[in-house]
Design a protein around this ligand. Structure first.
Ligand code: NAD
Length: 276
């Protein structure tokens, strides 16, 4: 299946659905990413801290798919924030990936108590100006962090990648991103598969369409306009998760899923998260 792109605020096209590789060990990442590329995925989401940039990069460079047809995202880890450290960490990531540019580089967490994300982002602007990151953005930023970044730097982030699924719908962030032209990318779009895929309302919608709960949840994200990066190492699920462009949810289905919001996080709160 061909995944339609969204157009980022700098004109770069990003597939609306990609493959996430968090918690995939480096020696399994090559196989998992190769399976995803064979299934039609053309966007891969990794991060320095995932420890699998090498396996991910090998799968991409040995796939035979032209480099320009794959959208590669990686992220700067927390301990590398700051202008100079960021430039060094970016070089290390590119080297591990075996690539000479990435499509999207993200600040992994804002770490507001450290107060380094503005300087870090200025290094991102240099990487972008040098053509080594086709787009730059952030992850886990609240609107207040984005507001400060926008006030003190020149390139509006293309993307904010945040925890987002039917139990945590992030209305305030989504509205702010839409006003600013920032794409909302959902991490843990399936709620990590825990519980969410057994919620009766979702199971009922899946039965109605002859689909799986995972496909229904991904479809809900896509129809809302979110970018999604579901993760799996199981080939059948990798394929299932991209087979979501040949059906639609109706307004009643969308409303039933939107009624499941509980503002409930699985991951840490970015206002206080401060490790690494
Ligand atoms: P996810 O919501 O994608 O869920 C993945 C889990 O759901 C799998 O491990 C599996 O157990 C289950 N699953 C997947 N497909 C399924 C299917 N078809 N049927 C049934 N169960 C299925 O969770 P995730 O991995 O946390 O998030 C996706 C990606 O988001 C990550 O791999 C990573 O790339 C990114 N991420 C980013 C951050 C961040 O701080 N920026 C944090 C977490 C994750």
């Amino acid at each position: 299946s061909k995944v339609p792109p969204i157009i980022l605020n700098n004109g770069v096209e990003m597939p609306q659905l990609g493959f996430g590789v968090w918690q995939v060990p480096d020696d399994e990442a090559q196989q998992a990413v190769a399976t995803a590329l064979e299934a039609g995925y053309r966007s891969i989401d990794t991060a320095a801290i995932y420890g699998n940039e090498e396996g991910t990069g090998k799968a991409i460079t040995s796939s035979g798919i032209p480099r320009e047809d794959v959208f590669v995202t990686t992220k700067l880890w927390n301990g590398d924030q700051g202008y100079d450290a960021t430039l060094r960490a970016f070089d290390t990531s590119l080297e591990k990936l075996g690539l000479d540019y990435v499509d999207l580089y993200l600040i992994h967490w804002p770490l507001p108590a450290r107060d380094k994300y503005v300087d870090t982002y200025k290094a991102f602007e240099k990487l972008h100006a040098d053509g080594r990151a086709r787009a730059i953005g952030v992850s886990n930023f609240y609107p207040e962090h984005l507001e400060r970044l926008i006030a003190e730097t020149s390139v509006i982030p293309a993307v904010n990648q945040i925890e987002l699924h039917p139990h945590l719908q992030q209305h305030a962030s989504r509205e702010f991103h839409a006003e600013q032209g920032i794409a909302t990318e959902a991490w843990s779009p399936l709620g990590q598969g825990k519980g969410l895929l057994e919620v009766p309302a979702i199971v009922a919608i899946a039965q109605k369409h002859g689909r799986t709960p995972a496909q229904v949840v991904l479809r809900w994200h896509l129809q809302l306009g979110n970018v999604v990066i579901p993760k799996s190492v199981t080939p059948s699920r990798i394929k299932e998760n991209i087979q979501v462009f040949d059906f639609s949810l109706d307004t009643e289905d969308l409303a039933a899923i939107s009624a499941l919001n509980e503002d409930r996080r699985i991951g840490p709160d970015p206002k206080t998260f401060d490790i690494g």
